[in-house]
Design a protein around this ligand. Structure first.
Ligand code: WT7
Length: 669
């Protein structure tokens, strides 16, 4: 045990700080679970000596080909963030090759296929050979450093290999969730100008096949960007094939060498793009870079989850989301962990699936979304009790607020009150976990409904509408971050001005998260939800404007307004107010609402289909023509008795019409 740790136990905090400043070895110290009992000592150190803190960690945790010259160079006003400049490394080498040297036969991936009990294991050595082969295939198709590669795949070892193969040759991956429609896929391919796309013949989820290749073909009809499609065999069923363009992945991999030199990358070269929703109809390609992202994913994975060698880490998110990037792939693999790839759904073949898997694979860490927890609460405790969960050590959650009732159930029924419940708050843009009860192994005793405390080096602040920082506790405000951190997004692909506008211009010198939060008397954070037109539905992030623009494509629709309403299981449900054109030739209401739902399904994906569609002759608008969404939200939430000030409405009688229709519609669904 290092002297730092012993000292931190014995000395008063001020002296520890002095000691840490002169003799700080974060890697050695922080990777010991017996790190200082007092989180605040480390936290203060990380904020007050941030260059040294991040610099030491980067130097010790990452394998560099050339050391960096400078820890950080940031300018919040211009949205410029550079970390570890001058340094060169390869991310794939850091997450794969390193462990092949030390522990080649350790299992890196456990693929939990849709069919329970059919798991497949991939060791670090096998992973390296698969990644290298795939990297060579990409190279043989002309993919070069900086080129974009789209990945539209089921959660599987070859999907992970696709990401890592890109990292190995310096290509930029853009994973698109395989539940997105052809049109949504096409717009992401176009925006990124991806030249190669990797997919599978079909996906399998909950026993049903999903026509991935057919969807890809449809997406590619409308874009000239992609000239090669690599197809993994998942079901082996016959799928449409274009011999000029499509290549069977396994065949191509068999023909190339199993070694591939990793490209030397600069710290700030682009690692991946990941599209996420904002408050306009157009998704944004969030760009993350190499060293800073990897360091942050790696450190948060180890400390927030108290990861130890030998643990079996299961983050059941899809790789199409940032959670999958950071805590299925990069974080766990950087730490040499065994990571579970979950292809299925929580209710297949029955709602005991997760816990049956936990007992079969001896999972130690389980990380999911609140919507899944709530769904399983409804299904009944017997599905949990049936299985041995004694391997579990920690339960994590992310994506939306974990309400107290769901927290208690997760803690008592799943964890037998034995495993800390770690509610983690973060975003696609933050790269990794920002607020969690265990920002260091000891952390604090979790408080239901609260992500609680900032991770080391993270400086959250609450501001009021005027942008003034609120310093007291027991307050609510808009959640911002004052200090840059290595894992943060660097830009929006092709639109740096949008990056600045969205995150840095509302409150100068602060990163604005788009979330509202409360800080309680003890200084613990609780997230109250988005304050912009972004909603979190079933763990998916969606812009209301995206759903509106899909609905507006319906030939009978004149205008629409989409809001969210509180939903027992999904967190938020989607509620669409729709004005039909006065065409005279109206179909039945059910026909119209069904065809509107269909359009949303085709434009975005089934997860974006509104729960409620209310046909209305008008929308509540101000005299300047702005829709008063507050009124629409209140009506959707059954809170129409308390509408607040509606005196600025051009025609207040619209509100009564909507209220009446809401009650009628509510009776019908
Ligand atoms: C938005 C980010 C980060 C991975 C999953 C979602 C909401 C996230 C929590 C939490 C309350 C949460 C926020 C945030 N959110 N975690 N623990 N408690 N809300 O990533 O799709 O980028 O969405 O999810 O509203 O802004 P994302």
């Amino acid at each position: 045990m290092s002297s730092v740790v012993r000292f931190s136990r014995l000395l008063a905090p001020a002296m520890v700080r002095h000691r840490l400043m002169s003799n700080f070895r974060p890697e050695k110290a922080l990777s010991l679970s017996s790190v200082s009992d007092d989180h605040s000592v480390w936290y203060d150190y990380s904020l007050n000596n941030s260059e040294q803190f991040w610099g030491d960690l980067a130097a010790e945790r990452l394998r560099w080909r050339r050391p960096f010259d400078r820890v950080t160079d940031c300018d919040m006003e211009r949205g410029i963030f550079r970390w570890f400049d001058g340094g060169q490394l390869n991310v794939c080498e850091n997450v794969v090759d390193r462990h092949v040297t030390t522990d080649p036969d350790k299992v890196a991936l456990i693929w939990e296929k849709d069919e329970p009990g059919e798991e497949e294991r991939v060791t670090y050595k096998e992973l390296k050979s698969m990644v290298c082969r795939l990297a060579n295939v990409l190279k043989s198709q002309g993919v070069k450093k900086g080129d974009r590669v789209a990945i539209y795949m089921p959660v599987s070892p070859l999907a992970v290999c696709s990401m890592l193969a890109c990292a190995r040759i310096g290509a930029v991956h853009s994973v698109v969730f395989a539940g997105f429609s052809a049109e949504a896929l096409r717009s992401r391919i176009d925006d990124a100008q991806a030249s190669v796309l990797i997919t599978a013949d079909e996906g399998v989820r909950g026993g049903k096949t999903i026509p991935l290749k057919a969807t890809v073909d449809k997406a590619l009809e409308g874009t000239a960007a992609v000239n090669r499609v690599l197809v993994m065999t998942r079901t082996g069923n016959v799928v449409p094939w274009n011999t000029e363009r499509d290549i069977r992945m396994e065949d191509a991999m068999a023909l190339v060498s199993e070694s591939c030199e990793a490209e030397t990358m600069d710290s700030e070269d682009n690692l991946f793009l990941l599209y996420t929703s904002g408050s306009t109809g157009r998704p944004k390609g969030i760009a993350h870079t190499q060293a800073g992202y990897l360091l942050y994913a790696s450190l948060t994975h180890e400390l927030v989850f108290d990861y130890k060698p030998g643990d079996i880490f299961a983050c059941v998110a899809d790789i199409g989301w940032i959670t999958g990037h950071s805590y299925v792939v990069y974080g766990p693999l950087s730490n040499g962990a065994t990571t579970v790839l979950f292809e299925s759904i929580p209710t297949y073949p029955d709602p005991g699936r997760y816990w049956e898997m936990v007992s079969r694979l001896k999972i130690t860490h389980f990380y999911t979304a609140p919507t899944a927890v709530r769904l399983l609460i409804k299904a009944g405790d017997e599905h949990v009790h049936k299985y041995d969960r004694s391997s579990l050590r920690l339960l994590g959650c992310v994506g939306e607020p974990l309400n107290v009732e769901a927290w208690q159930w997760y803690n008592l029924v799943v964890g037998d009150a034995r495993c800390p419940v770690v509610d983690t708050w973060w975003q696609t843009e933050t790269g990794g976990i920002m607020i969690a009860p265990k920002p260091a192994p000891n952390g604090v005793k979790p408080k239901p409904g609260y992500p609680m405390i900032p991770f080391l080096g993270i400086d959250p602040v609450l501001v009021n509408e005027k942008g003034e920082i609120i310093t007291e506790n027991d307050v609510s405000g808009l959640l911002c971050v004052r200090k840059p951190w290595p894992g943060m997004a660097r830009t929006i692909h092709g639109d740096h001005n949008r990056f600045l506008d969205t995150y840095f211009s509302r409150f100068p010198s602060l990163y604005f998260t788009g979330d509202g939060a409360r800080r309680d008397r003890d200084g613990y954070y609780q997230i109250t939800g988005r304050v912009d037109d972004v909603i979190n539905v079933k763990g998916h992030r969606l812009g209301t404007a995206e759903v509106e623009s899909a609905i507006d494509e319906h030939p009978d629709v004149a205008e629409s307004a989409v809001v969210s309403f509180p939903h027992d299981i999904y967190g938020e449900g989607i509620y669409a107010y729709v004005i039909l054109k006065d065409t005279g030739d109206l179909h039945s209401q059910t026909e119209i609402t069904d065809s509107i739902k269909n359009i949303v399904k085709h434009r975005i994906g089934s997860f974006a289909v509104p729960e409620v569609i209310l046909l209305t002759p008008a929308l509540p608008k101000t005299r300047s023509g702005k829709i008063m969404r507050r009124v629409l939200r209140k009506v959707a939430a059954n809170e129409a008795d308390d509408l607040g000030d509606v005196s600025t409405l051009a025609d207040p009688s619209v509100v009564d019409v909507i209220k009446k229709r809401h009650i009628e519609t509510a009776n019908n669904y």
